[in-house]
Design a protein around this ligand. Structure first.
Ligand code: SAM
Length: 305
């Protein structure tokens, strides 16, 4: 039983990343939609149910999974999110990644329902640039209010997810570090290398240069187990660098299984040719399908990357 969730590359699955919907109120120019390359709009009635999530997480916990992250689309568009959270079995870490636009009114309820912490996407501190990136208007201030509400609700540590975009926000890293520092350790900055899902190669930054600069400024560094992500401590702020592109180490240390809004198991962000449907399955069938799917996991980037 203990080894059932270990794939043939020796990677033990410890976390689930469940995409609750592919609906979103923003339209970010670079969005990977959690690997839903077609950006399909699943009918609300076909979105993964609280019952399926309960079965899935019960099985996962039985096999040693201790973390669940919800994503989307925008997960806060799910009206039944509090119900989903209250139904979960005991876990070490329940988090979600959100654009934060709806968080100001929902943060307290989500914390009361069992959410431990949030990642909030905020690529810029400038409203007009935010509008340009998200292809919307008027949401920037709502995100700032959402961050404040999340801090007050104790959904910490909060990670601010900033996707680095050359010529758009790559000159804002120092400003962002100063911004998170104001929250005295409750907020961490997570700098994310752009993955090219939407013909965005012109926005790619030189990530080696960014890494060298963080190393130069950091008083000390740490390495996380998950994806071997590096953390830098700069002027009292914590900054994490996520380098998913062509990164063998990242893939070798990936411990997550993904689930799509249509209740399909997904082995990797970058693969959608091996989806496994778990709709209307018994707990025993879900368990068998999860074990079989985990056996099919492959690091996307192997030695040759
Ligand atoms: N709507 C939620 C949000 O904004 O966090 C959840 C969905 S979003 C797809 C999840 C995370 O993926 C966000 O932090 C976003 O910045 C990141 N992301 C989206 N597209 C990306 C890309 N092309 N490269 C790197 N990160 C990306």
């Amino acid at each position: 039983m203990g080894s059932d969730f270990i794939d043939k590359y020796g990677r033990k699955v410890k976390s689930l990343r469940i995409s609750l919907t592919n609906r979103c109120n923003l339209n970010c120019i670079y969005c990977h939609g959690e690997g839903d390359t077609n950006h399909t709009n699943t009918n609300i009635k076909d979105e993964i149910t609280p019952e399926t999530i309960r079965v899935l997480t019960d099985v996962a916990v039985k096999h040693g999974v201790d973390k669940v992250k919800f994503s989307g689309g925008e997960p806060l568009l799910r009206r039944d999110l509090p119900e989903i959270l209250t139904e979960l079995p005991p876990l070490k870490d329940v988090s979600l990644t959100t654009n934060g636009t709806l968080l100001a009114t929902l943060a307290d309820n989500l914390a009361d329902s069992g959410l431990d912490r949030v990642n909030i996407s905020l690529d810029t501190l400038h409203p007009l640039i935010y509008d340009q990136i998200t292809q919307t208007t008027g949401y920037h201030n709502k995100v700032l209010n959402g961050i404040h509400a999340a801090v007050c609700a104790g959904l910490t540590p909060i990670k601010i997810n900033m996707v680095l975009l050359s010529g758009i926000n790559d000159n804002e890293i120092a400003e962002m570090i100063a911004f998170v520092k104001c929250y005295s350790g409750c907020v961490i900055l997570q700098l994310i290398e752009l993955m090219d899902f939407q013909n965005t190669s012109s926005y790619k930054v030189n990530i080696d240069r960014i890494q060298r600069e963080l190393e130069r400024q950091a008083s000390h560094t740490k390495v996380r187990i998950m994806h071997r992500r590096k953390k830098y401590y700069i002027n009292g702020a914590e900054v994490e660098l996520v380098r998913p592109v062509d990164n063998t180490e990242f893939c070798q240390n990936c411990n997550r299984l993904r689930v799509t809004p249509e209740s399909k198991l997904k082995t990797c962000l970058l693969r959608d040719d091996d989806l496994v449907d778990i709709t209307n399955k018994t707990p025993l069938e879900v368990e068998q399908l999860m074990i079989q799917t985990i056996q099919k996991r492959e690091p996307y980037c192997k030695r040759s990357c």
